[in-house]
Design a protein around this ligand. Structure first.
Ligand code: GLN
Length: 269
């Protein structure tokens, strides 16, 4: 068997087969294409086949290769964390826009998972003091490893939403991509979502519980002039704006993701 035969594995989309070969061979695409007429090392071919089988069983590519790019950085991901999505870059962009001219800001990311949001903010704003929380110790371990690997300095804390940080601590900016999918949403049984941590995807109810809890406590946790931005589902923007307004935040607004869907909502103290 030649390397070419794996690159052209007809069981998988061409791009996925190539990514798995790159992962196993630890070689660039250019190297592999230049050497694709060579025999495939038997041990590497067996390792490729093990990954291919996982992918053929439906496991997300990000878990099979153990990484996913977000905001131009490569994050390690395991089944303990949600896979970072392009939609969520909208949240980071809003955070970075708010932090312009506020270099020393205190930032809190609730439910950080892989750390993608918090670490992207910390890397873009090295002087910001970023705290990232998660209920899951396993998720925090992934986030810590990502921070170390990417050279980001931030603080991690374990607990449920604001309970993770010291009572009375306040922030200039709060961001979160909490579980927001309705427990009855059929998407939970489809595609990548089947393999992701359920507690990162749904609150077990209508999908608004975590968004409501974070919004309710946000004013007490924001410094004067502070802001909060939360990611939510495609049809939740009006409900989330109402939650933010009821909490007492002002200038409440939503922003669209690249697909034109209102994906984040926020407000100011
Ligand atoms: N954006 C994810 C999805 O729809 C859900 C993430 C979340 O619940 N926070 O697949």
């Amino acid at each position: 068997m030649l390397i070419k035969d794996l690159l052209q594995d007809s069981r998988l989309p061409r791009l996925e087969a190539r990514m798995l070969v790159e992962q196993v061979w630890r070689r660039s695409r250019a190297w592999l294409l230049a050497h694709d007429d060579e025999p495939a090392d038997a041990a590497l071919a067996a390792a490729y086949e093990a990954l291919a089988q996982r992918r053929l069983a439906g496991e997300p590519m990000a878990y099979v290769i153990g990484e996913r790019e977000f905001m131009g950085h490569v994050f390690r991901v395991t089944p303990a964390v949600l896979i970072p999505r392009p939609d969520t870059e909208t949240l980071v962009e809003a955070a970075l826009a708010f932090l312009q001219g506020r270099s020393q800001a205190r930032v809190l990311d609730l439910g950080t998972g892989s750390g993608a949001i918090a670490i992207s903010i910390a890397l873009a704003c090295p002087q910001a003091q970023v705290t990232a929380t998660d209920l899951s110790a396993q998720a925090l371990a992934v986030a810590r490893a990502n921070a170390q690997g990417l050279g980001a300095a931030l603080t991690f804390a374990q607990g449920s939403w604001f309970e993770a940080v010291a009572a009375g601590s306040q922030f200039d900016l709060i961001v979160s991509n909490p579980p927001y999918i309705h427990a009855e949403d059929a998407h939970l049984g489809q595609g990548d979502l089947r393999f992701e941590p359920r507690s990162a995807l749904t609150d077990g109810g209508d999908g608004l519980a975590a968004l409501a809890e974070i919004a309710r406590h946000a004013p007490a946790r924001l410094l004067p002039g502070g802001a909060i931005w939360m990611e939510h589902g495609w049809d939740q923007a009006p409900a989330v704006r109402a939650l933010l307004q009821e909490a007492g935040l002002r200038d409440v607004a939503s922003r669209q993701d690249l697909a034109g869907i209102e994906r984040i909502s926020g407000g100011f103290l």
